[in-house]
Write a protein that binds this ligand. Structure first.
Ligand SMILES: Nc1ncnc2c1ncn2[C@@H]1O[C@H](COP(=O)(O)OP(=O)(O)OP(=O)(O)O)[C@@H](O)[C@H]1O
Ligand SMILES: [Mg+2]
Length: 311
């Protein structure tokens, strides 16, 4: 195990019922103090990975360690230091949020009420209501409070910001950056690319149970392709640029506008359009979404199967 790895998996594999592996030979390290984003389409195996890490399900083969301890053999020790937000929160409907906070907090060695109140205030969350009356987004907020309130060394969050409105998304991002500044390591799965781009240090991209790439967000967004839009004075045919070195994904949005993806130098493209009157050129860096799509290709996501989890 690498000295600074907080999570380490080795060929971790889960086959649910004799079918294709939901997770296929995952070998991944998450370093101390980083925010690691775990991305993938529906059914990619994100929740499966998280449930294996928390010892809620057992691997078919392979192993995983957290803080250098085996997730199965030492799960009780590990859980004391982990804050977990499941993808689907399954709580006691008839208790109030405050009662749940106090109950779970006391199980974990005490409730830091001022901190809980501060979290609730920042999330605009009312702790006094019964759980069954909360909206999806508000249940998510309660889940976040429960995950954060004991100041864990590691946070494992399954799509933490799903259901949060844009303002709350900002607050969530800040909470994550503050937890990181406090030395917390964060592993979160997400579909929200802007969130991942804003707060993560590295991302792993998973598709159909296989880890496709692990890369720093900075490196991913510095990929050597960009989107180029050319506006001409007169209509042009896409064939003007479609065979040019480095040019792919040409589309004509309007008769006189061509959009394309360019890899490498600009010169071949400029030579190809020489002779046309160019009114405007815009060049945009790829978003994580563009990059994400180039990794996913057109492969369809497998079916979405969710399992509710207890906190
Ligand atoms: N309990 C289960 N029994 C059988 N198959 C399951 C079970 N849980 C998940 N799967 C299957 O395993 C695969 C991975 O599912 P998983 O829930 O890990 O994906 P995910 O990446 O979390 O997707 P999403 O983004 O929709 O949450 C899917 O094909 C899913 O149908
Ligand atoms: Mg999931």
């Amino acid at each position: 195990m690498a000295a600074n790895a907080v999570i380490q998996t080795s060929n971790l594999t889960k086959v649910y019922s004799g079918g294709k592996p939901a997770l296929d030979q995952l070998s991944l390290s998450v370093n101390r103090g980083e925010i690691f984003g775990y991305l993938g389409p529906n059914g990619a195996g994100k929740t499966t990975t998280i449930r294996l890490l928390l010892d809620l399900i057992r691997p078919t083969s392979g192993s995983a360690a957290i803080f250098g301890m085996d997730v199965n053999a030492q799960s009780v020790e590990i859980r004391k230091r982990v804050g977990f937000l499941p993808g689907e929160l399954n709580l006691w409907d008839r208790l109030t949020a405050r009662e749940i906070v106090n109950y779970l907090g006391n199980l974990r060695g005490g409730v830091n009420t001022p901190y809980v109140n501060q979290l609730a205030e920042r999330l605009s969350f009312d702790l006094s209501k019964k759980v069954r009356t909360y909206s999806t987004g508000n249940k998510r907020k309660l889940g976040l409070i429960l995950a954060l309130m004991n100041k864990p060394d590691l946070l494992i969050l399954d799509e933490p910001s799903s259901g949060l409105d844009p303002l709350m998304q900002q607050t969530f991002n800040q909470l994550m950056l503050e937890a990181k500044a406090d030395g917390c390591t964060i592993f979160l799965s997400s579909h929200v690319l802007s969130e991942v781009q804003a707060i993560c240090d590295r991302v792993g991209i998973l598709n159909a149970g296989k880890l496709i790439t692990v890369e720093s967000v900075e490196r991913l967004t510095r990929a050597d392709f960009r989107r180029v839009t050319l506006r001409f004075r007169s209509p042009v045919a896409p064939t003007l640029v479609s065979g040019v070195q480095g040019v792919t994904s040409v589309s004509a949005d309007q008769p006189n506008v061509l959009s394309l993806q360019l890899q490498g130098d600009f010169d071949p493209l400029l030579k190809a359009i020489n002779g046309q009157y160019v009114q405007d050129i815009t060049v945009t860096e790829p978003t994580l979404e563009d990059i994400f799509l180039t990794y996913y290709g057109s492969q369809p996501a497998t079916n979405n199967h969710r399992v509710a989890e207890k906190v």
